[in-house]
Design a protein around this ligand. Structure first.
Ligand SMILES: NC(=O)c1ccc[n+]([C@@H]2O[C@H](COP(=O)([O-])OP(=O)(O)OC[C@H]3O[C@@H](n4cnc5c(N)ncnc54)[C@H](O)[C@@H]3O)[C@@H](O)[C@H]2O)c1
Ligand SMILES: [Zn+2]
Length: 364
């Protein structure tokens, strides 16, 4: 499949510009009256500073005068202490209410940068230039920004839209393979909850030919955008995006607690999608054939995660504390069939345990 040069996805009040020429539009925008004389900050982490900044500067020379603010790579940077340091730095560097923040990085940079911009001087404009696959298809759109607090993910945050988002797949060429797969899990999710043809298309994607991803990136952005614009504050349909995440989040949090390897978000979500597909099947929704299709596709791409008895106990505890539960009952998004999600399904703990055993059996 071919590279995409330029496509525009319109969302509630802003545009997502997608393709290998998308940054030319950013260059044009920054040369316009809207940004004349405006102080520009670029937020990047140590990796995106090294791998992505040269690409950005090459395509958007207007940014040569921008102030670069660097953070350490990783989830630890989504922290109020880091925000405080950056707010002070913005003030010292002459930031004012007309300033612009450009978030160059993965989901950590867009979540943190959006939050910093959303609160600095009661809110300055920001633009996302997502560089990880996960941020391109998921984190940089939808308006959720925020940081972690006391070990709780995204505990403090806002709904705040960027001025625009520029998605250039060229950035992915420096992204490590495991990070590519992490983002790919969200694309699989998009297919499973809403688009059976897309599920077939994803089977044709090759990570050895990154251009084959372009069309899927665009398609995933369209799906996520369509869902979030139909339900911006997650009172209904947006919950579809939680598929794979009830069990996935718990397994991800659990992996941070022990001394085994911390899982990437998408790796845990891939496990979660296998388990939640199994639950969908057990409840008479998803057919056995489709469950097999999903599990074998996911196991062909993702490393197998070991789950022992001890972990299952802890994972259940974490699921019971999920903020999406209602009156102590576990609510989950399931699928009726491939391409058709259904949210707010009440689930018993036994079925979750059974699904983890199902995963274990496949994994061995
Ligand atoms: N706001 C939302 O709607 C939303 C949705 C999903 C996830 N998130 C958040 O996103 C975060 C995860 O995002 P992520 O997976 O992008 O993590 P991340 O930002 O930590 O990026 C992953 C790693 O890849 C590196 N990297 C990024 N782009 C690169 C490139 N082009 N070349 C080389 N290295 C590169 C980063 O430095 C980092 O080490 C989590 O904090 C999660 O909560 C938010
Ligand atoms: Zn996710």
């Amino acid at each position: 499949m071919a590279e995409i040069d330029l496509e525009i996805v319109k969302t509630d009040g802003y545009e997502v510009v997608v393709g290998r020429h998308s940054l030319a539009n950013l260059a044009e925008l920054l040369s316009s009256e809207l940004y004349s004389g405006v102080k520009i900050f670029i937020l990047a982490d140590e990796n995106t500073l090294q791998a992505c900044m040269p690409v950005l500067m090459g395509k958007v020379p207007q940014l040569s005068e921008a102030e670069v603010v660097e953070i350490s790579a990783g989830e630890e940077s989504k922290d109020l202490e880091v925000c405080a340091q950056i707010w002070s730095a913005l003030g010292e560097l002459g930031g004012d209410r007309s300033s612009l923040m450009i978030n160059l990085g993965g989901g950590v940079v867009s979540d943190l940068g959006g939050f910093i911009a959303g609160a600095f001087k009661r809110g300055i404009r920001f633009i996302n230039v997502p560089t990880s696959l996960l941020a391109q298809v998921d984190a940089s759109i939808g308006g959720k920004v925020g940081v972690n607090l006391g070990g709780l993910k995204n505990e403090v945050g806002l709904f705040r839209n960027p001025e625009s988002v520029f998605v250039d797949p060229e950035f992915l060429k420096s992204l490590p393979r495991n990070q590519l797969l992490s983002g790919f899990a969200e694309m699989i999710k998009h297919a499973l909850i809403s688009d059976p043809q897309y599920w077939e298309d994803l089977k044709q994607v090759s990570f050895y030919d990154l251009a084959s991803l372009d069309a899927s990136i665009l398609h995933s952005i369209r799906i996520k955008n369509q869902i979030v614009t139909s339900d911006p504050f997650e009172s209904g349909r947006r919950k579809l995006l939680n598929f794979g995440h009830t069990i996935g989040h718990a397994v991800e949090s659990n992996s941070f607690e022990g001394d085994s390897r911390a899982l990437l978000h998408g790796e845990a979500v891939a496990l979660g999608m296998v388990c939640e597909s199994f639950i969908s099947h057990k409840l008479g929704l998803l057919s056995k054939e489709e469950l097999n299709d999903i599990a074998s596709f996911i196991f062909s791409h993702y490393p197998k995660i070991k789950i022992d008895e001890l972990k299952i106990h802890r994972i259940l505890e974490l699921i019971k504390h999920d903020k999406k539960n209602v009156d102590g009952e576990i609510r989950m998004t399931l699928i009726n069939e491939i391409g058709d999600g259904v949210y707010d399904q009440k689930i018993g703990v036994d079925l979750i345990v059974e699904s983890l055993y199902y995963y274990e059996r496949w994994a061995n």
